[in-house]
Design a protein around this ligand. Structure first.
Ligand code: 6R9
Length: 708
């Protein structure tokens, strides 16, 4: 979530004041850890909270949920066919679902609404305009600069722009199935660019605007996109993000193919932007759309034709291009939006996620528009010009549903209730949370201070791979919630708690979260690497796994006596920094690129605002000395290889790393030291009998990390 990154940049923790002070471990790390433990202990399954007011909405009662859920599992075909029939199909589907999650019985696949043809853009825009809703606002656009009024986009205006842009793409040679990379700021035009791709059957691949040129280049290369849509830049807080410069550099780094066309949205005033386009390759968005035909015929695509690729991090290897297809994704994104956010006519909805992440795909671009909703898109950061910005926006646009990330809530919570004062937030009906586990303290603050104990907290657990919300406390009048608990599966979702051997556990239990049967927006493939798809997500017959082997990681999960699901966080080598999913292997690869580095190991540690921080252990080559310069160079290396959001928080010079006799780094030990430093106890370290060289651990405990 981009907001989160911006927040951590804007509302930073008090860090050590000088490099030498940096040698001391800040008290907050240990205190935070203690607080987390205490909090977790304080939350017992029986603690329930019931919001004082929540109107009867799309779901009228818990009994109705129970009935619908039972139907969705007993007869998925009938359940989803009913829902799918409320969309426009150019040709109706023949079969609702056919899937196999058991690789011992043949190839793993998931196919929904086969035989049907449709178009996401048609369903998101044309359908509403044809129904007379053309004048309704699709997007309000809030500038980075508070007080600067930007035009809103009605459904009719959005459709007109999308058609011109889609024609410009066709003019650049883009055909059905071709990939187009989008590297843009969080402005309504990003959603319009996604829809323009969908309209002509092109596959969009959005790369979050915080990535570096190297990271962008590798994604362009993997997707083999010949066309890129970008922008000159955008102001985020006081910072200018020069997107064009990065895209231009990336185009130069791409190997094996050429970026032939770049469409560049002008977002900055010309005197600020200073961008000069490369003739023959680049064209301003405004010129391209002005020259394009205003009418663009819809390309009807098969339900299983690909809609988009979105790169995401796992615990091994390079980021995976998660592929989603058309029909199932459409139906699931729309249906979850309808029930999870309880959209009602007249509501203005606000999701702070960037379209560079899955949340922006499903709950900015597709879900809300498929439901004909009006929403707010904010290009800035909630900490600018001050920590009251979000709350003032809620009042200004009379936001009914606010959907954000725990990291944003924690950052704002640190500022106290002062920034809330002077805002009423009375328009709010419900508050959503996504991206990482929400700790009970943040939950309480969100619930009590922001929502005045009136609004349900909708804590949505899901993943890039799942396409839409999977486990969630649905907002239902009178229904109670448990702070920090994701509660119940969405319709059609069959969660399972499994052990490390892949055996399903029954009743109240704890283990790894897996899913038993296909849901409409199941990940369809890892782009260009079907083997990796099957091995990563379906190593255990009959289950979709939320993380990858060999450690059978993913999300830890507890099912309580009431059958409610608690997501306890990642148990693998994926860390979640401000809601950004980062593979420790990616950061390690960036660090070891430095010629002075012999070896590196990266782990997460509890961070009071970001959720997790990045802690790197670095072993230098013989004869190389530790220095501030080197430390800075390593941080730069991560920024340039991945992006600023992947910059380490702590560097720990390690004479060597704890390894097993077979040479495997014992990350478990490194995680404990990162979390507790010198206070780490033997108990916490657990079994160290497989260590090849036990004194290494004592050395690491005796030394310490340098907080940056
Ligand atoms: C939607 C999104 C997925 C990972 C996921 C889990 C964590 C997301 C959560 C949550 C606890 C929640 N996660 N939502 N953990 N409670 N409500 O964030 O997708 O970027 O792919 O990340 O995020 O660890 O496996 P993605």
């Amino acid at each position: 979530l981009v907001v989160a990154t911006a927040l951590s940049a804007g509302l930073v923790l008090p860090r050590a004041a000088s490099p030498s002070a940096g040698l001391v471990r800040p008290a907050h790390a240990a205190t935070h850890r203690a607080a987390v433990v205490a909090e977790a202990a304080a939350v017992v399954a029986s603690e329930v909270v019931t919001p004082s007011e929540f109107p009867a909405g799309n779901l009228r009662s818990l009994a109705e949920y129970d009935e619908m859920y039972a139907r969705s599992v007993a007869d998925p075909s009938a359940f989803w066919a009913d829902i799918a029939d409320s969309f426009h199909w150019e040709r109706r589907f023949d079969e609702v679902v056919d899937a196999n999650f058991d690789s011992t019985k043949g190839k793993v696949f998931s196919s929904w609404f086969s035989g049907g043809t449709t178009n996401l853009c048609y369903n998101a825009l044309d359908r509403h305009v044809a129904a007379g809703k053309g004048d309704q606002v699709a997007f309000y656009h809030e500038s980075n600069e508070e007080g600067e009024e930007l035009p809103a986009w009605t459904y009719a205006q959005a459709l007109a722009e999308v058609q011109r842009l889609a024609n410009a793409l066709r003019g650049a040679g883009v055909k059905k199935g071709d990939r187009v990379t989008l590297f843009m700021p969080m402005v309504p035009q990003l959603a319009l660019a996604m829809l323009a791709c969908a309209r002509i059957g092109a596959v969009h691949t959005v790369v979050f605007g915080g990535f570096s040129a190297e990271a962008l280049a590798s994604r362009i290369e993997d997707a083999a996109s010949r066309v890129v849509i970008t922008a000159d830049g955008v102001m985020r807080g006081k910072k200018l993000v020069g997107l064009y410069e990065i895209a231009d550099k990336a185009a130069g780094l791409v190997r094996g193919l050429e970026v032939e066309t770049q469409i560049v949205l002008q977002r900055l005033p010309p005197d600020v932007s200073g961008v000069s386009l490369k003739p023959g390759r680049d064209v301003w968005w405004g010129d391209a759309t002005a020259a394009a035909d205003p009418e663009c015929k819809v390309e009807w695509v098969g339900a299983e034709d690909p809609l988009f690729i979105l790169y995401t991090s796992g615990s091994t290897g390079k980021p995976k291009g998660v592929l989603h297809s058309t029909g199932g994704y459409m139906v699931y994104a729309a249906t979850t939006t309808k029930y999870v956010f309880d959209l009602q006519p007249g509501d203005v909805y606000f999701c702070t996620a960037d379209c560079g992440w899955i949340t922006g795909h499903s709950y900015v671009t597709y879900g809300p528009l498929l439901n004909g909703a009006s929403q707010l898109v904010f290009e800035g950061v909630p900490s600018y010009p001050d920590a009251g910005r979000l709350w003032r926006m809620v009042d200004k646009y009379t936001i009914a549903q606010l959907y954000t990330a725990p990291t944003a809530i924690r950052a704002l919570m640190r500022e106290g209730t002062g920034p809330l004062q002077g805002t009423s937030r009375s328009s709010l009906k419900l508050l959503g949370s996504v991206g990482e586990p929400i700790n009970p303290e943040a939950w309480r603050w969100y619930y009590e201070e922001v929502g005045g104990s009136r609004c349900p907290i909708v804590d949505t657990w899901w993943q890039t791979e799942t396409g839409g919300v999977m486990i969630v406390p649905l907002p239902i009048q009178g229904a109670s919630m448990k702070p920090g608990c994701a509660m119940r599966p969405f319709f059609g979702v069959q969660p399972a708690v499994i052990n490390e051997q892949g055996e399903e556990k029954e009743g109240a239990c704890e283990g790894l979260l897996a899913i038993k049967a296909a849901w409409p927006s199941t990940i369809r493939d890892v782009f260009g690497d079907y083997e990796r798809y099957q091995q990563t997500y379906f190593p255990i017959p009959g289950f979709y796994l939320t993380g990858e082997p060999p450690r059978r990681g993913g999300d830890g999960c507890r099912r309580d006596e009431d059958g409610h699901y608690w997501i306890t966080g990642r148990v693998d080598d994926v860390i979640n920094v401000s809601g950004h999913r980062i593979g420790t292997a990616e950061v390690e690869s960036a660090v070891v690129l430095h010629p002075n580095v012999a070896e590196a190991a990266v782990v997460g540690y509890p961070h009071p605002v970001k959720g997790e921080g990045i802690y790197i252990y670095v072993t230098l080559n013989e004869g190389v000395h530790e220095s501030d310069e080197l430390r800075k160079a390593l941080v730069m290396q991560c920024r340039s290889e991945i992006g600023a959001f992947a910059a380490p928080d702590v560097v720990h010079w390690a004479p060597s790393l704890p390894k097993t006799r077979s040479g495997k780094i014992m990350r478990r030990i490194l995680r404990k030291i990162a979390a507790s430093g010198k206070e780490v106890t033997a108990d916490e370290l657990g079994d160290t009998s497989t260590l090849a060289d036990p004194p290494v651990v004592d050395q690491l405990i005796a030394s310490h990390g340098i907080w940056l």
